[in-house]
Design a protein around this ligand. Structure first.
Ligand code: FES
Length: 129
């Protein structure tokens, strides 16, 4: 089963780190963060990443669950995530900034790293409903 290693954007921000830091996940692993903020999830075949987080008891942000709002946005740092049809992110956000929606996203690599709760990033904030 693919594994998703996750880090909460708010925890990253509290620590004074940046999404673009190269050693972000190494720092996160050493920072003694709560499991809610940093850890790993196994995502079953056909399961969305948001659903896998919920199945593990986490309360990740979402609203529409259909690729139309950006509340559930994450930033992909390693691996790949395939999304179903989405209507909110620009090509630049997907291809260059590596934004992925967890409500309609499946891991497309055995190991994936994401910063979830990315709706707090400046360029996404105005599109969160
Ligand atoms: S919850 Fe709206 S796009 Fe994912």
């Amino acid at each position: 089963m693919p594994t998703v290693e996750y880090l909460n954007y708010e925890a990253l921000d509290d620590q004074g780190w940046s999404v673009d830091d190269d050693d972000l996940f190494e720092k996160a692993a050493d920072a003694g963060l709560d499991e809610e903020d940093y850890g790993t999830l196994e995502v079953a075949e056909g399961e969305y990443i948001l659903e896998a987080a919920e199945a593990q008891g986490y309360d990740w942000p979402f609203s529409c669950r259909a690729g139309a709002c950006a509340n559930c946005a994450s930033v992909l740092k390693e691996g790949e995530i395939e999304m179903d049809m989405q209507q909110i992110l620009s090509d630049e956000e997907v291809e260059e900034r590596q934004v992925r929606l967890t409500c309609i996203g499946h891991p497309a690599a055995e190991e994936v790293r994401i910063v979830y709760n990315a709706k707090h990033l400046d360029y996404l904030q105005d599109r969160v409903i």
